[in-house]
Ligand binder design. Sequence first.
Ligand code: ZN
Ligand code: ZN
Length: 334
Amino acid sequence: MAGPFIVSETPERKTSQRKRPEQIATDVVRAQRGGFEPSGFEQHWFDRLKASRAASSLFSVLFPSNCCICGEPLLNISRLPVCRQCLGKLHPVEGTVCSICGERVLSSYALSDADGLVRCPVCRRIERPFERAVAYGSYEDGLRELVHLLKCSGVRPAARVLGRMLAEAIATLEQDFANDPVLVIPVPLYKGKRRQRGFNQAELIARSALKIYSAGGRLQLATGILERTRPTESQIGLTAHQRRENLRGAFAVVRASEVTGKAVLLVDDVYTTGTTASECARVLGRAGASKVWVATVARTLKLASKAEGFKVSGFQGFNEENEAVTENLETLQP
Ligand SMILES: [Zn+2]
Ligand SMILES: [Zn+2]
């Protein structure tokens, strides 16, 4: 006859405190969102969940099945589940782009202004809260998958590849930096989100970029100066007005004295509509930053990415990647 099951329990667990599994799951999710401090018992489950996620992520990295971009089986074991062909295809934005915001411009707008800068129709009409925004490549050309690999799947080796690209984008600003030191500030996550993800992807990418390019040591990483003071909804599917409202007051400079009079390079993984970059740049400007540049790995482009085609891509619904298509002047008003 089978004996009784022996259930191992953590010391903190007392019968009177027993929770139903659904309640534990809910609490773990709340704890991940930063909503409350977990008890010892909940922390135990929280840690187990994290450990199992780490194990499955490790498994998928050690025994990869398919390339995360093209889906073809991978021939080599790699810490980055992307095939060589797909990595080789990632390339900088082709064609002429706006010197201010990085948007692709049609040939009719490709003539430089008197100051030598090329401006898109939007940047001719309004003043941006930053000097210039540069990006390495188009979000739609494989970079989205690579960014998601880091951000959503937690595959950290992707940060090295993305960092190399960010370094290339930053290097295009070298002349703008002059000889002054520049604070490199990653767009922050809300603390609950950061805890849930375990890292801020913008910071990881910035760190790897600075190992490759630091403008002769003038670029200095500065974390903890800019903070996201409240959780914000996803920007996906919001109108321009809603996006601005969603981010209004969501960022704050906590050590203003460190920013006053300083040049700042704001870095992020992706520039979609520019609402986040503009809001951060405004907050940094109000705190006394002398100049703010923006550098991202990827950028959504309104025009199809193939330089020879210049087709205007059609609107394909409310998703983040196509938000730029619906961008209008109203988005960008200060
Ligand atoms: Zn591939
Ligand atoms: Zn522009």
